[in-house]
Ligand binder design. Structure first.
Ligand SMILES: *Cc1c(COP(=O)(O)O)cnc(C)c1O
Length: 400
């Protein structure tokens, strides 16, 4: 048994949790992990190369978003960018008001930061979503008040893959003079984005979600928005984010962004095809399942299904024995016994939310891997259901 497990090929379908580092990114990083170690903020000759490399990476990132390089601020990742945008965005506007709007399906980096702001005296409205996980524009319009200073709605959800109507939300926020932030960690380099066309004021992204390294990300801040610093202690990033620049990280992220955006259309087509094949097979071959999220307004790589009469944790264990690497809800939530706040927000009852499996596909996967994963999923669900007295009762009732 042990031997079999060791020799089995793992199938990685957890790209929403993190992606493998691209080889081109690693190659570009190597010099800055070795000989080119100088601090880009220094003024001696050895600082020149790292300084130029950071400048180039800033241009590579800005290009993907239709932004100006001066609007890109490097951070330690998506969590820091979200914290910075929300906390500093709220604080800079206290004279105007203390009301913030977020969606109820945000990543914990937003929901828990909003909880923190609430304790600090801000008022937070958490917009519900429809059964597909989309924010309703009518709800947003109703929630906006004279003292609303900040709206934060994610571009695409990390658990169910739903893509939000960001362009429309941006247009409303701009019209009303409200700061608009979007957590685009799952969307950046996965679907096309344009900060100008979408009226985005601030946007968070993270290197390790699109083939870059972990521990590096950025916050886009539109020119003219004087967002105060969040990290204090140095003049890096134009005085807005202190701390010695993570040169290898930034360089790797820049290369990953350039290559993934260059190949965006073909990757999207390939990944969407694998996603739709997965969805089609599960719906055809496994009874009593439910696709979570929107059928078309959906990230190319996301599949999230709930299966009745099975528990996500036992499915995860069983699939793991076959080398299938998937997730229940989000990686951050797994391990906790509470069902995902996202699945509850789209109206799933607790017991069904508990039986949910997310697969997140990338261009590194193959159709053969998808088929093997679905085969295993089917076998697992059948096996677990065959041991369930609830399922047995259910089948008996169906026959009556
Ligand atoms: C992964 C993720 C984050 C956190 O990014 P880190 O770089 O890992 O801190 C934030 N928001 C969303 C939607 C994510 O998927």
């Amino acid at each position: 048994m042990q031997k079999e497990v060791e020799h089995m090929e793992n199938i990685y379908l957890d790209n929403a949790a993190t992606t493998p580092l691209r080889k081109e990114a690693l190659d570009a990083m190597m010099p800055y992990l070795t000989g080119e170690y100088a601090n880009p903020s220094s003024i001696h000759p050895m600082a020149r190369t790292p300084k130029d490399a950071v400048k180039h990476a800033r241009e590579q990132i800005a290009n993907v978003l239709n932004a100006d390089p001066s609007e890109i601020f490097f951070t330690s990742g998506g969590t820091e960018s979200d914290n910075w945008a929300l906390i500093s965005g709220a604080k800079m506007s206290v004279k105007k008001g203390k009301h913030i709007i977020i969606s109820s399906i945000e990543h914990h980096a937003i929901t828990e930061t909003a909880d923190y702001l609430e304790k600090e005296g801000f008022e937070v409205t958490r917009l519900g979503v429809d059964e597909y996980g989309r924010v309703r524009i009518e709800d947003l319009l109703e929630a906006i008040r004279d003292d609303t200073v900040l709206i934060s709605v994610m571009t695409a959800n990390n658990e169910i893959g739903t893509v939000e109507p960001i362009g429309e939300i941006g247009r409303i926020a701009r019209e009303k003079g409200i700061l608009f932030h979007t957590d685009a960690v799952q969307a950046f380099c996965h679907i096309p984005l344009d900060v100008k066309a979408m009226n985005i004021d601030m946007l968070s992204a993270s290197g390790h979600k699109f083939g870059g390294p972990k521990g590096v990300g950025f916050l886009y801040i539109r020119k003219g928005i004087r967002l105060p610093p969040f990290m204090h202690g140095g003049e890096q990033e134009n005085g807005r984010r202190a701390g010695t620049t993570n040169v290898p990280g930034v360089v790797g992220m820049g290369v990953a962004a350039e290559i993934s955006s260059r190949d965006l259309a073909s990757n999207m087509a390939r990944v969407t095809e694998m996603r739709d094949h997965y969805i089609e097979r599960v719906e055809k071959e496994i009874p009593y399942c439910r696709l979570n999220g929107h059928r078309t307004e959906r990230l190319p790589g996301n599949v999230n299904f709930s299966f009745r009469f099975v528990e996500g944790e036992s499915m995860l264990m069983s699939l793991g024995m076959s080398g299938i690497c998937v997730s229940t809800g989000s990686a951050c939530a797994s391990g906790a016994l509470d069902p995902s706040h996202v699945l509850l927000a789209i109206g799933l009852p607790h017991e069904i939310a508990h039986g949910s499996i997310r697969a997140s596909i990338s261009e590194n996967n193959t159709m053969e891997q998808i088929d093997r994963a679905v085969d295993c999923l089917k076998g697992t669900v059948e096996r677990i259901r065959s041991m369930s007295p609830l399922y047995d009762d259910f089948l008996k009732q169906q026959k009556v």
